[in-house]
Ligand binder design. Structure first.
Ligand code: PMP
Length: 322
């Protein structure tokens, strides 16, 4: 039981002042304030870690917290770790159970963000991936919206290009690779926009700083392929399923030119953090008529109902915590 209830998160990403929160660290449950790594830790010095961002949604009517797509996240974490010569300490199924246990121990009864990570734990100088120890941890914190999902967001194409698969594979959620996302996000924010659209090295629309991208063009729903340096998003896959089932729309997976976004009827970003976030402006141009379009609007509504456990058809996305 938390003795101090954390303030509702403003999604600033800052840790709430909650001294009793437990995390999973070095093989056991420990108070978050005691979970520390040394400054020589390889992952800190070289960005040699990988991570997941998972959400759990509180349903007040049912008095239930739902972990969203836990297994998919741990399977992706296993793949990210594999790319970096690491592995999970336990199979994905067991890590879902461990996460549920952590949420229970913290008695979390509000929307929550969960951050598991596999990281190079050796305290050593020497940039490499081999011959290093690794460890695993999970932290969780109350979390609201990451970016706006209601009004429509303003975006700009950043001049920072997405990490190429030949440099830091975007398919693997590598901590060091997120410096690229940080460049993009700061570029957009300091220029007065909510989010960045990031292009591949050859100039195709790849994704947002931490979101996948969809557009509606001539009535077709389109998203860039896995080979356009995207993270293979779990929300992206969920949205393709929703579009098919709810709207009868098959998603066309193909490369997207920058200028197609200027003439698309609709554009939206999606991700575990971002959820479904309609884009109403790109590079100072209104998207479509400048308002949230019918496809993004409908997908967003169904998505929020599904993740909060209001739609039995999508119950298999969720693991009840209590
Ligand atoms: N792209 C990037 C770069 C991301 O960081 C994220 C967030 N994890 C996404 C896309 C969306 O992925 P998911 O839907 O699996 O959260």
């Amino acid at each position: 039981m938390l003795t101090e209830k954390p303030a509702p998160s403003d999604a600033s990403g800052a840790l709430p002042q909650q001294r009793q929160v437990q995390c999973f660290f070095q093989g056991g449950f420990v108070p978050l304030r005691e979970a520390k790594i040394g400054v020589m830790t390889h992952a800190f010095m070289y960005g040699t870690a990988c991570f997941e961002g998972v959400r759990a949604y509180w349903n007040a009517d049912q008095g239930q917290l739902f972990l969203l797509k836990g297994l998919e996240h741990y399977r992706r974490l296993r793949n990210s770790a594999r790319v970096l010569f690491m592995d999970l300490p336990r199979p994905p199924e067991e890590l879902v159970d461990l996460t549920v246990e952590l949420l229970r121990r913290n008695d979390l009864r509000e929307d929550t963000y969960i951050r598991p990570s596999v990281y190079k734990s050796s305290e050593a100088i020497g940039v490499r991936l081999h011959d290093l120890a690794h460890d695993f941890m999970i932290v969780c914190l109350p979390f609201g919206d990451y970016i706006d999902t209601t009004a429509g967001i303003s975006t700009m194409t950043t001049s920072w290009r997405r990490n190429a698969d030949t440099a830091i594979p975007a398919r693997s959620k590598i901590t060091g690779g997120y410096v690229n996302s940080a460049f993009a996000k700061t570029d957009a924010n300091l220029n007065g926009h909510d989010e960045a659209i990031v292009l591949t090295a050859d100039g195709h629309a790849s994704e947002g700083s931490a979101e996948n991208l969809f557009m509606v063009r001539d009535g077709a729903l389109v998203t860039p392929p896995a080979t356009d340096d995207i993270l293979e998003g779990i929300t992206r896959a969920a949205i393709m399923q929703l579009a098919r089932r709810e709207l009868g729309l098959e998603t066309v997976v193909r490369s997207i030119d920058r200028s197609e976004l200027y003439v698309a009827e609709e554009v939206f970003l999606c991700g575990t953090g971002a959820q479904v976030s309609p884009v109403t402006k790109i590079d100072h141009r209104p998207v479509g008529d400048g308002r949230i379009g019918p496809v993004a609007g409908r997908i967003k509504d169904v998505y929020f109902d599904a993740v909060r456990g209001r739609l039995p058809a999508y119950a298999d996305w969720l693991t009840p915590v209590y």
